[in-house]
Design a protein around this ligand. Structure first.
Ligand code: CTP
Ligand code: MG
Length: 184
């Protein structure tokens, strides 16, 4: 029982920089779109107006700042089981989580546009797991030993289960606060 609570807590804790990157992109986004308004060879937008440079940079910075605060907390409490890795490698891990989340989100938009799905249209699991998969992809590529040493199959399972619910909750909140046009 106790062990299960630790796994759920760790899964949430380790994903926090990725979780925060997405809504931060919503708050900081706007201005020049990442695809500069250009179309792909299929005549549709490469990414669409929902992916902007400001959102990408703002979201990455916000996720990394949270990761740094978490690292500070872990250092103060000397709880290495909750750390993002040793200095300076934790920076790579935090970057992979924050930037990877937005990279996953961007790849998702690219796929949505190719499938002819409008900007902002809802695609249930794709919209909530894109940033998890993006973060994990970068971790496997650039922070492999931390990822393998930290995420057990149970952590992965917990993340896959809790993320769609968290995503839904945050988006409803964002919609009610008038920060998002749609509640998803
Ligand atoms: N946003 C941004 N830049 C990013 C990611 C998000 O500016 N890199 C902002 C945009 O204002 C976007 C909003 O956050 O409209 C919500 O993000 P998201 O749901 O990912 O985009 P959608 O507008 O739904 O577009 P898509 O259909 O391409 O997912
Ligand atoms: Mg959306």
């Amino acid at each position: 029982m106790n062990e299960a609570i630790v796994i759920i807590g760790q899964a949430f804790w380790f994903m926090l920089p990725a979780y925060v990157a997405n809504p931060s992109a919503v708050l900081t986004g706007g201005g020049t779109p990442m695809d500069l308004g250009k179309n792909f060879i299929d005549g549709k937008r490469i990414l669409g107006d929902g992916k902007t440079w400001r959102g990408l940079i703002g979201g990455t910075c916000a996720g990394m700042i949270l990761g740094l605060i978490q690292t500070l907390i872990v250092t103060v409490f000397k709880s290495s089981d909750w750390s993002f890795g040793s200095c300076p490698y934790f920076l790579v891990t935090i970057f992979c989580l924050a930037f990877g989340a937005l990279l996953g989100d961007t790849i998702k938009s690219f796929v949505k546009r190719r499938l002819g799905i409008e900007r902002g249209a809802k695609v249930p699991l794709m919209d909530s797991l894109d940033f998890v998969l993006g973060a994990w992809l970068l971790l496997i590529l650039f922070s492999y030993s931390w990822f393998i040493g930290t995420f057990t199959k149970w952590h992965i399972l917990v993340v896959l289960i809790i993320t769609p619910f968290l995503h839904r909750g945050v988006n409803i909140a964002g919609y009610k606060l008038g920060k998002k046009k749609v509640p998803w």
